[in-house]
Design a protein around this ligand. Structure first.
Ligand code: 6R9
Length: 675
């Protein structure tokens, strides 16, 4: 699949056109939570928005809502207005009566000689309460305050999230693989003066010093003007500090020690308005500044609970493993909130899927008897590459598997289906975004046939539409690519961008809004920022982002963020980032820079640029190649022509460059890059 930009419109060349269907087997259908094909009618547009009551009814409410969808401040939708509930109560307390001895979380440490921890709902309840007591009493935090979490994949992460939710505190978890600087920027944006982190964690067999990153986060937040009053540090091994960094007096505290002082404390869950904020999740957009997506308590939790039950097909007796990181939206929705709200057993794996060998995932599946498996195309490609025959050596039985985060090539899909799923498990290819809270397009696993490479139709209640640049609707089967939009709001949708209402309207509703004054949701189609083709069977085939976002291993990175990181290196005058397809990661960034006068290109400088980007943003943003070029190709008005650089990186036809201000530079760069 490749993308070429011509002026403002975007044209896609699609290299797969898959029309082969696979059907769910009778074994799966026989046990599925939803087998009723009428479900789509129950959620047709004429039943909107009241149909979504069914989602909210999966939760415990302290007070029922009076208005299912309040549109008075369109497009800032308010779901279940007037209702009150607590997310922590819904994910923990309400399961105690029937399931207190059931495993809530299976924690699998990366090192195989460390024992697997099986935390029951009763144990989760105790730990969440004790942690909430520290947040309330020691930190003085209360509903509406923001707290930044910078935690790795250990049970302390969901425990801390649920402790926040218990008190109505807004948690802002930053992916632990992000740099301290990226974390500090988000602390500043969300105005959190407390950071909760961990001393160390395992990755690829090494115990990483995470406290050092946390210290950098504090430094970055403070230099941006955000005071940091406390840093609470969970210890990976309670009682044993695994970091070389000093603890700062009157600022840093061991959270496992504070929790011990609150042994068996109980904290009443605060009854929160449904429309208050549960968490912020930062994501990349087309400008350098990350967007803090604001998710609500009632709408979000209803949505992910329904999706977990009917799309993930989670039953009480299932063992469910989503291999995403909780630092991303997938982990929030489909490791923590959805599964725990259903009272399921959810697996948290600390480390690298292929550590110490290609069989690790399948050993975990065998040992824990995992039967629902959820991962990304990047992980599937990597697992296939290192151990294409491994799954057959292990005795596990998946009934259901998910693919999420990027388009999955039909060939990779088939390996996932035949080899990982052993030809028995259904696959759902779920298309959605940080902003959307939960899935939007996917097959319903017991109802719709699967088609490799296509996400599927809009889920019940979701009505996708593809518009061309002029706002004309593209018909199913027309074969044309356009901008994927959703006609209607849905309860999982984010409420706004934190502190930036304008950007929210402009980025998601600006292009296709029919009347800025309208209070009618029909006038506000949601624009996702993805290009897609609507197929004749109603399935949506996602082609990729239309904005300046690169999807690396399913993680969104703004090209502008990488460029501004590169510009922070000494001697760099200009920077441009383009996307390159990669066999494993889907896409990777290529970085082009030009230097200030008097600075000479060197191999050292290239290496320095790679490490600068990694330091500023985190390792996942590292450019695949760095090209130091004599000048950038530019328009007469001085804009860098990224599409020309993209064509050079991707060895595509460069097209007409005669209108550039400096056309001669193009051939020079091409020779430098392509040899
Ligand atoms: C959940 C998540 C969102 C972007 C999205 C799209 C891409 C996600 C996909 C997919 C093809 C799928 N994307 N799921 N593309 N097929 N099943 O990934 O959220 O990190 O915000 O990324 O990822 O381009 O716009 P997020």
């Amino acid at each position: 699949m490749s993308k070429q930009e011509h002026g403002s419109s975007t044209h896609y060349a699609v290299h797969w056109q898959e029309e082969q269907y696979y059907y769910p087997g009778p074994e799966f259908i026989g046990q599925a939570n939803c087998t009723d094909p009428e479900i789509y009618q129950r959620f047709s547009l004429d039943k909107f928005p009241e149909c979504y009551k069914e989602f909210a009814e999966l939760l415990h409410w302290d007070r029922y809502w009076h208005t299912t969808l309040d549109t008075s401040d369109a497009p800032f939708w308010k779901w279940f207005a007037g209702g009150r509930l607590n997310a922590s109560y819904n994910c923990v307390d309400r399961h105690l009566q029937k399931h207190k001895n059931k495993t809530a979380i299976h924690f699998v440490p990366e090192l195989e000689d460390e024992p697997i921890e099986h935390m029951t709902y009763q144990e989760l309840y105790r730990r969440v309460n004790e942690t909430a007591a520290v947040l309330q009493e020691f930190c003085g935090l209360k509903a509406g305050d923001r707290v930044t979490l910078y935690l790795p994949m250990t049970p302390e992460l969901p425990v801390t999230m649920l402790a926040c939710a218990r008190l109505g505190i807004i948690h802002c978890q930053v992916f632990a693989g992000f740099s301290g600087k990226a974390c500090g920027d988000r602390m500043w944006d969300s105005e959190s003066d407390i950071l909760i982190t961990m001393d160390a964690y395992y990755r690829g067999g090494r115990l990483l010093n995470h406290k050092a990153n946390a210290d950098q986060a504090v430094q970055a937040a403070e230099s941006a003007g955000q005071k940091v009053s406390r840093v609470l540090v969970w210890r990976r091994f309670p009682g044993r500090y695994s970091s070389a960094e000093p603890m700062v007096e009157n600022r840093d505290y061991f959270l496992d020690e504070l929790v011990k002082q609150n042994k068996n404390a109980t904290i009443q869950p605060v009854s929160m308005p449904a429309e208050d904020i549960l968490f912020l999740m930062y994501t990349s957009g087309s400008t350098g500044r990350p967007k803090g997506c604001q998710h609500s308590i009632g709408g979000y939790l209803s949505y992910v609970t329904w999706m977990s039950k009917y799309v993930q097909d989670i039953h009480p007796e299932d063992v469910y493993w989503c291999m995403a990181d909780i630092g991303w939206i997938t982990g929030h929705s489909f490791i923590v909130y959805g599964p725990l709200s259903l009272g399921a057993s959810t697996v948290i794996y600390e480390g690298v899927p292929t550590y110490p060998d290609a069989g690790r995932c399948w050993r975990i599946a065998q040992e824990l008897d995992v039967n629902i498996f959820h991962t990304s195309p990047t992980a599937v490609r990597a697992l296939r590459k290192v151990g294409g025959d491994e799954p057959a050596r292990y005795n596990y039985h998946f009934k259901h598997m998910t693919s999420v985060g990027e388009p999955i090539e039909p060939d990779v899909w088939r390996w996932y289906y035949e080899v990982v799923g052993k030809g028995r498990a259904v696959i759902v290819d779920t298309w959605w975004q940080t902003e959307t809270g939960g899935f939007l397009c996917s097959t319903m696993p017991a109802i719709d046939p699967m088609k490799p490479g296509s996400a599927g139709p809009g889920l019940p209640g979701i009505h996708p539409v593809v518009y061309d640049d002029e706002g004309n609707e593209l018909k199913p089967g027309e074969g044309k690519a356009g901008n994927l939009c959703i006609r209607n709001p849905w309860p999982g949708a984010f409420q706004s961008i934190w502190k930036d209402r304008e950007r929210y309207i402009k980025s998601y509703y600006g292009k296709y809004n029919r009347d800025p004054q309208s209070k009618d949701w029909r006038d506000w189609p949601y624009m996702a920022g993805d290009a897609a083709v609507l197929e004749s069977d109603g399935y949506v085939r996602i082609l990729g982002r239309i904005d300046d976002v690169i999807n690396v291993s399913g993680h969104r990175l703004g090209t502008k963020e990488i460029e501004s990181a590169a510009l922070s290196a000494e001697g760099v005058a200009e920077a441009a980032v383009v996307a390159m397809p990669d066999e494993i990661k889907g896409m990777v960034p290529d970085l082009y820079v030009s230097l200030k006068p008097g600075i000479d290109p060197s191999h050292e400088l290239e290496k320095k640029l790679i490490s600068t980007v990694a330091d500023v943003l985190g390792k996942i943003a590292r450019p695949a190649h760095v090209y130091i070029v004599p000048d950038m190709p530019k328009t007469r008005s001085g804009k860098i022509m990224r599409r020309v650089l993209a064509s050079i990186s991707n060895r595509r036809d460069i097209g007409d460059v005669s209108t550039l201000a400096n056309p001669e530079i193009v051939e020079e760069i091409r020779q430098q890059v392509q040899g």
